[in-house]
Write a protein that binds this ligand. Structure first.
Ligand SMILES: [Zn+2]
Length: 173
């Protein structure tokens, strides 16, 4: 079984408080979050609650996002804290399907799939705006040639140059 899907049938048969520790490794292609570029890894605890399985633990994700200033790619490490509950899809006592509310559903075989949890967590941990460390404005020479605007730092020099040309013209005319 994949390192992000865990069968919890045995844990469900145990008493509340029973716990199991699992190594998690979810490759980027199952998460379907374009920014995630390496497997999300960590150690999770699966704890039997009275009516659910609680998943806690620390995960680490490597993401690639563009710098808000220069648009160069930046790689960041995100720390993801898991605190999620999974419930069986079928009510064990009364039968019938369970409304999970804000919890996650186990499948019919009591498999706990962490991939949607990790995907959601990675997306919510993505910083809204990141910039390169230090000064990352591109140098003047790298600016697109289509930009007609004069760099503000050069404007006084440009004025001076025009003034000198003007005076030159007068003295000779
Ligand atoms: Zn930058």
């Amino acid at each position: 079984m994949a390192d992000y899907i865990f069968n919890v049938a045995r844990l469900l048969a145990q008493t509340s408080g029973s716990r199991r520790t699992v190594d998690v490794k979810a490759p980027p292609d199952v998460l379907n979050v374009p920014e995630v570029i390496a497997a999300v890894r960590g150690v999770a605890q699966l704890t039997r609650l009275s009516d659910a399985i609680l998943v806690t633990g620390q995960m680490r994700a490597l993401v690639r996002v563009p710098c808000a200033r220069c648009m160069d790619d930046l790689e960041l490490q995100l720390d993801i804290e898991l605190d999620d509950e999974f419930v069986p899809g079928i009510d064990p006592a009364r039968g019938g399907t369970v409304d999970p509310g804000d919890r996650w559903l186990l499948d019919r075989g009591h498999n706990l799939d962490l991939s949607p949890v990790l995907a959601e967590a990675a997306i919510s941990e993505l910083p809204p705006r990141v910039v390169c460390p230090g000064q990352c404005q591109r140098p003047l020479i790298d600016r697109p040639a289509t930009s007609p605007a004069i760099d503000p730092r050069l404007a006084p020099l440009e004025r001076l140059r025009r003034q000198m040309l003007h005076q030159d013209g007068e003295s000779h005319g």
